[in-house]
Design a protein around this ligand. Structure first.
Ligand code: UGA
Length: 437
């Protein structure tokens, strides 16, 4: 089948290559010429394990362009543009609106437009008024991929969610999307068909639940810190209850990235618009707990070191999570910036995140006090303290004795509770975890 994918960011680029992997002829369209150039050359414009190989393997069935007219002639058009956070917390729909606007002149009768972007509930209904006059069909098909596992999550998802317009050719649309995803459905992947509103809500509800789980355990970490309890053991113990589950119960400096933080804020804003803001007021607490985690690290360092000005602090981690170069709303980078603002000299190390961080650090006017490197050992050399802010494996595998020999200050703040605390203590470090000693 001939498929177009509008928007070649994280979601769209991986989706385009994955659709080619399923055997379709795919055209990826984006307004950013540099991104298109890179994808066309088979080079991933972001760090994602396995993505370069997927691009290169499927190059014969995969074309990238900035020209929207190239969507003409495709039968299925995925809309995968970003919905960033607006100043008031709501989702900014500029890119979705302009993608639909730009696409409609090239739609033909019987085409299927499939929305994948994370949108406020009610969006698909609103957009159908623009798509229907072309006699094309519209569906909403949210994506649940995690960065770092994007290829795997796209080709082997837990489930497929199809949002169809009530009373409007839902069966025809479902049959077309089934054909697109035949290779995925053949693996017995659950496929749930529902109305537009439910499908839109599934996505934000899932991310809100995950965010709530993380903030719940971080709230327990706050209690653990004042009672001497150990939040990791607590998470292990409650996690054995399969109704609770152990995943997403890792306490630390909290969640970041381009999805969880903005999605809970956008959901709250939409609920308020709909007059049911109270239903989601708890998500404001989830957000507050999460942001408190970042200041907690600065507080722990101040407790241990006193005035931070003039201190040299190494931060391991810049990306919002390991195996990613994404620094959007990254707790690690936020903490490094706060420490620099508090007068410390900060060296942040990250295998991938150092590169995109350059621009942001410069714009924040912090280049003099916050530098970045790929070399985590160089970062600790001469440091008074080490903060572990992103749990890259290379940091977890590090030998504390080797690190101790490089650092005059023997203090480690384990912002992700990812180190073996006893081996760091044995190497002479004072160890401070998040909700565990
Ligand atoms: C998230 C969801 O997990 C995906 O299902 C969803 O498709 C995606 O958003 C999206 O909306 O596109 P992602 O942003 O890649 O995926 O990252 P996560 O793996 O969810 O991690 C989010 C943050 O939570 C990270 O900063 C991570 O360090 C933090 N986290 C995660 C914790 O602090 N504790 C945990 O136990 C788990």
């Amino acid at each position: 089948m001939k498929i177009s994918v509008i928007g070649c960011g994280y979601l769209g680029a991986v989706h385009a290559a994955s659709m080619a992997e399923l055997g379709h002829d795919v055209i990826g369209i984006d307004v950013d010429p540099a991104r298109i150039e890179s994808l066309q050359q088979g080079i991933a414009p972001f760090h994602e394990p396995g993505f370069d190989a997927l691009l290169q393997k499927n190059a014969p069935r995969l074309t990238f362009t900035t020209d929207m007219s190239a969507a003409g002639g495709a039968t299925v058009h995925f809309v995968a543009v970003g919905t960033p956070q607006s100043a008031d917390g709501s989702a900014d729909m500029t890119y979705v609106n302009s993608a639909i606007e730009g696409l409609t002149p090239y739609l033909s009768e019987g085409d299927l437009v499939v929305g994948k972007s994370t949108v406020p509930v009610g969006t698909a209904e609103r957009l159908s008024a623009k798509v229907t006059p072309t006699r094309a069909l519209l569906m909403w098909n949210p994506e649940f991929l995690r960065e770092g596992f994007a290829v795997e999550d796209t080709l082997s998802p837990d489930r497929l969610v199809y949002g169809v317009q009530e009373g409007k050719d839902g069966d025809t649309a479902t049959a077309i999307l089934d054909e697109v995803y035949a290779g995925i459905l053949a693996k017995d992947t659950p496929r749930l068909v529902m109305n537009f509103a439910t499908a839109e809500l599934v996505k934000v509800a899932a991310n809100s639940f995950l965010a709530t789980k993380i903030s719940f355990i971080n709230a327990m970490a706050e209690i653990a810190d004042v009672t001497g309890a150990n939040v990791t053991q607590l998470a292990d113990a409650i996690g054995y209850d399969t109704r609770i589950g152990r995943r997403f119960l890792n306490a630390g400096i909290g969640f970041g990235g381009g999805c969880l933080p903005k999605d809970i804020r956008g959901f709250v804003a939409r609920a308020e618009e709909l007059g049911v803001g109270e239903a989601l007021s708890f998500l404001k607490d989830v957000d507050d707990i999460n942001l408190r985690r970042r200041s907690r690290v600065v507080d722990v360092l101040a407790e241990e070191l006193g005035d931070l000005s003039g201190k040299t602090i190494a931060v391991w981690g810049i990306s919002f999570k390991p195996d990613s170069d994404d620094i959007r709303d990254s707790p690690a980078l936020d903490i490094a910036e706060s420490l620099a603002r508090a007068g410390a000299t900060v060296v942040s190390a990250d295998p991938e995140g150092w590169k995109p961080a350059q621009d942001r650090i410069e714009r924040a006017g912090l280049s003099a006090s916050l530098t970045t490197t790929t070399d985590h050992r160089a970062a600790v050399t001469g440091a008074d303290a080490l903060v572990v802010a992103t749990e890259w494996k290379v940091f977890q595998d590090e030998d504390p004795t080797t690190i101790g020999a490089l650092m005059p200050g023997k203090l480690v703040v384990d912002g992700r509770n990812c180190l073996d605390s006893s081996s760091w203590k044995d190497a002479g470090f004072r160890y401070r975890g998040m909700g565990r000693a």
